[in-house]
Design a protein around this ligand. Structure first.
Ligand code: IMP
Ligand code: MG
Length: 184
């Protein structure tokens, strides 16, 4: 049903306040892990991580460089296509550098495992991953973020950078999408 949007409602799942509190804790752990690095390369995976990376880097005390990578596996639907394409590559070099990959959600794991493989082949000195959300119940590929903001159940979520068909990225909280015409 491409192009046809069924009516849906958004129920708040994680408040803006809870996200901010969790980011403070994550930032302190990241600061500690990369202490002494000359300049950490923080790589945001577009587009879903743009708000998370903005808040996260402002909590870090480390010197950082910010770069972006766009990988696509979703299209505008609610299910992964399992095929990961690099739509926009990094601008900078990461060989020999300390890298933090910032992702919005780890779902089936296809996107993150593909990105990790690609970036590792460029031989960074150290690479860790910070994901805001993790849906472990949906995992098909064995992959784990070093840090996870919140583990969530198998629900389709939006807000705080995350979209449903390119909408709702600007919600300040994370909410779950519910279709009222569907029995739970
Ligand atoms: P994976 O390759 O299946 O792990 O998918 C990861 C990507 O799918 C994430 O970076 C998101 O962009 C997208 N995604 C996964 N779950 C959701 C969701 O609940 N809402 C919106 N996008 C999602
Ligand atoms: Mg994404």
């Amino acid at each position: 049903m491409a192009g046809i949007q069924r009516p849906y409602v958004i129920d708040e799942m994680i408040s803006a306040k809870a996200i901010a509190a969790r980011i403070e804790v994550l930032a302190r752990e990241i600061d500690r892990t990369f202490a002494g690095t000359e300049k950490l390369v923080v790589v945001g995976l577009l587009r879903g991580s743009f708000i998370f990376i903005a808040d996260l880097v402002r909590e870090l005390s480390l010197p950082v460089e910010v770069d972006f990578l766009e990988a696509s596996s979703y299209g505008d639907q609610m299910h992964s296509t399992r095929e990961v394409k690099i739509l926009k590559d990094l601008r900078g070099e990461i060989a020999g550098r300390d890298v933090l990959v910032v992702e919005d959600i780890v779902d089936t794991g296809f996107t993150l495992s593909h990105v990790i493989r690609l970036l590792k082949s460029r031989e960074p000195r150290r690479m860790e991953v910070c994901a805001l959300l993790d849906k472990p119940a949906r995992r098909e590929v064995e992959v784990r973020a070093t840090w996870t903001g919140f583990e969530i159940p198998d629900e389709f979520v939006v807000g705080y950078g995350i979209d449903y068909a390119q909408r709702n990225r600007n919600l300040p909280f994370i909410g779950k999408v519910r279709f009222p015409d569907e029995t739970p």
